[in-house]
Design a binder for this molecule. Structure first.
Ligand code: PLP
Length: 373
């Protein structure tokens, strides 16, 4: 008997954790991937009322409550004019489980999954866990993903490619034309386009476009979550939208692995989606002000940084030894190579941190940058 399955031996614990562990207790943390805002009160109340009335005690339907799936479908209509059948939605344990069941249901052993490098760490790990072959591809100078790069990487062995806009770790937002191209590529090459849209509402310049809007086949699967939009990372509630035949396959993985998303979280999500959206607007306005602050601070320090148009990250190019110097001076940032080999020479800064702390961190970064030059 072998000890462990190859698919897990090929996966290591995220490099991001290691940075946190190396930091002192008083460090200013620009490493976080979650908004520093409370979950909106009406979302919390949705869960509390469901718990107190006993409605959240039992399993829900495997796909999630009908009301939540209707609220998700209504969201796509409200935001993008897209008509979604609530039966074509599965509520999941965050965007993470949505990604997991999508890959499990579509990737055969050895098949390739193309994804952005630098990119969100789970794409590589979940591809391994699905017994697939990760195929990271580089980005344009502005850190967006070029559809032509994806198209050139497609082979007979390609099962899927991942598009993530707004993106972690870069903050880059893909244009409408790019999204149209991604949809065309999925249609023409008959490969799955997995559109990870967990940051869809955190956009400062222009607007978010989903490739779902442009696809002529059912080859686009859309993933999103309450995690970032409603500052609900701890609730673990996301979803996947796909055609019925795809949803039925993903449901087989979800049903046996998860049974259903946590019922209290489903009621909170329903309340978040159907209630007032002002808390989201206020959060996004704050992130935009901080984005401007960070961009100015990094540029003044002499660093080159593409303007992040969404999410809450900036990804400057940094000189050798910069991350260590910054960390030594008490600011936590994540070295770019934690997000893939092409991330080397970059660092990810999250501005999901209070404005005063950010200002302090930017001063330290300014000094540190001069010191390593
Ligand atoms: N996709 C991206 C790009 C992310 O950055 C994250 C979380 O950081 C996720 C998916 C997973 O989100 P969730 O917390 O909903 O599982």
């Amino acid at each position: 008997m072998t000890d462990f399955a190859d698919r897990v031996e090929q996966v290591s614990i995220s490099g991001i954790r290691k940075v946190f562990e190396a930091a002192g207790e008083d460090a200013i943390n620009l490493g976080l991937g979650q908004p520093d805002f409370p979950t909106p009160a009406h979302a919390r109340r949705g869960a509390i009322e469901a718990i107190e009335s006993g409605r959240a005690d039992a399993y829900t339907s495997n796909k999630g409550t009908r009301q939540l799936r209707e609220a998700i479908a209504a969201k796509y209509d409200r935001d993008y004019g897209l008509e979604i059948d609530p039966n074509d939605v599965i509520a999941t344990a965050g965007g993470s489980e949505a990604l997991h069941i999508t890959l499990q249901a579509h990737v055969d052993p050895g098949e390739e999954v193309i994804f952005p490098d630098p990119g969100f760490v789970s794409y590589d790990a979940l591809t391994h866990i699905a017994d697939g072959t990760p195929k990271p591809v580089g980005l344009r100078d502005d850190l967006t993903l070029d559809p032509a790069t994806v198209e050139a990487a497609i082979t007979d062995e390609t099962a899927a490619f991942v598009v993530n806009s707004p993106a972690n770790p870069t903050g880059a937002v893909q244009s409408e034309d790019d999204m149209r191209e991604f949809a065309r590529i999925a249609d023409e090459h008959d490969v799955l386009c997995i559109s990870d849209e967990v940051y869809e509402h955190i956009v400062f310049d222009g607007e978010h476009h989903s490739p779902l809007k442009f696809a002529e086949t059912d080859n686009v699967v859309t993933i999103s979550a309450c995690s970032k939009t409603y500052s609900m990372t701890g609730w673990r509630l996301g979803w996947v939208v796909a055609s019925n035949r795809r949803i039925e396959r993903m449901l087989r993985v979800h049903q046996y692995g998860q049974a259903c998303a946590s019922a209290p979280a489903q009621y909170a999500a329903e309340a978040a989606l159907t209630g007032p959206q002002e808390p989201v607007q206020e959060m996004v306005e704050t992130f935009e002000q901080r984005r401007d602050l960070v961009l100015d601070g990094l540029t003044d320090a002499g660093l080159e940084v593409p303007t992040p148009e969404g999410a809450f990250y900036a990804m400057p190019k940094v000189p050798e030894g910069w991350c260590e110097e910054v960390l030594d001076r008490g600011v936590v940032v994540v070295p770019g190579d934690a997000f893939g080999a092409n991330g080397a020479g970059y660092a990810r800064l999250s501005y999901a941190t209070g404005t005063e702390e950010l200002k302090e961190a930017l001063e330290i970064i300014d000094d540190a940058t001069r010191a390593v030059r």
